[in-house]
Design a protein around this ligand. Structure first.
Ligand SMILES: Cc1cc2nc3c(=O)[nH]c(=O)nc-3n(C[C@H](O)[C@H](O)[C@H](O)COP(=O)(O)OP(=O)(O)OC[C@H]3O[C@@H](n4cnc5c(N)ncnc54)[C@H](O)[C@@H]3O)c2cc1C
Length: 243
């Protein structure tokens, strides 16, 4: 049983996001990068499934060497080995194409439901399409048995159970599991686990970011006297026009 987990590296959620002067790139100075939180869930679930089936987990990341500490963190969680495609991750299609070059030997491929920086939610489906295998998005449970995955998805007002043969791709949603926290033994072991750096396949980037724009700053809070319902109604009706 071989599991591949796709891992993106994203700015820490407390980061104050700033762009360069022509607003085409994130200013990375002083920014703390972390494993995408949904990918921590995918890694943990991958480990649970592999451990129950005498299998292995490989992590793959498309990105530069500065992201190696995050890859080592994944290794310290218990992942057996890692692959880093040494390239800037231009866009979701580029990422999916590069991962596909290394993903043909795996039974189960896991991604996060989305990266919390670019929020595309695209890599899972694009990767499955490249490989010509099934994909199931936003799963909250995965059971593997006899070459088959049974997965649960939360849908509007209910829950859906989907079953498909492996190999397949699935994306992790919150509630899939509790992310595993590395212990000291794992941290020590991670130092010597294989991190194989491979060149990108040479595919062109598929899209270009023209510019980023920050959201407008939030306006201040207006306090209204609890007894002054008339003023509240006036603001909701005439200023905000929500009633
Ligand atoms: C100039 C530039 C530099 C960038 N540098 C990096 C970088 O160094 N590292 C980085 O992670 N992203 C980087 N990105 C972001 C990267 O382009 C996006 O992660 C990529 O476009 C995927 O699209 P998405 O975020 O919409 O992915 P989504 O489809 O929202 O991601 C879903 C899942 O796909 C997988 N995935 C996404 N990105 C990667 C990846 N790079 N490698 C492996 N699996 C992935 C993860 O499992 C993730 O949970 C960079 C983007 C730009 C424009």
């Amino acid at each position: 049983m071989k599991v591949l987990v796709c891992m993106s590296v994203v700015p820490d959620t407390t980061t104050k996001i700033q762009f360069n002067s022509d607003k085409t790139e994130l200013q990375k100075d002083g920014v703390q990068f972390i494993i995408n939180p949904y990918d921590e869930l995918a890694i943990t679930k991958g480990l649970e499934i592999a451990e129950a089936n005498n299998g292995t987990v490989t992590v793959i990341h498309v990105g530069p060497a500065e992201n190696d500490p995050s890859i080592r963190k994944a290794l310290s969680m218990g992942v057996n080995e890692a692959i880093r495609v040494n390239s800037i991750a231009y866009d979701a299609q580029f990422v999916a194409h590069e991962i596909a070059q290394h993903a043909t030997e795996y039974d189960l491929i896991l991604t996060g439901r989305e990266s919390i920086d670019f929020n595309g939610g695209a890599v899972c489906g694009l990767l499955a399409a490249e490989l010509g295998i099934p994909s199931v998005n936003v799963v909250t449970e995965i059971q593997y048995a006899d070459g088959n995955c049974t997965m649960t998805r939360d849908i509007d007002g209910g829950r859906e159970t989907v079953s498909c043969p492996t190999p397949c791709v699935a994306s992790a949603q919150k509630d899939l599991c509790e992310p595993r926290i590395p212990n000291m033994r794992g941290i020590m072991a991670a130092r010597t686990k294989p991190l194989n750096v491979v060149a990108a396949s040479g595919a062109a980037e598929y899209s270009n970011i023209s510019s980023f724009e920050s959201p407008a700053p939030k306006s201040g809070v207006k306090m209204i006297d609890a007894d002054n319902a008339e003023e509240l109604i006036n603001i909701l009706k005439n200023d905000l026009k929500v009633i």
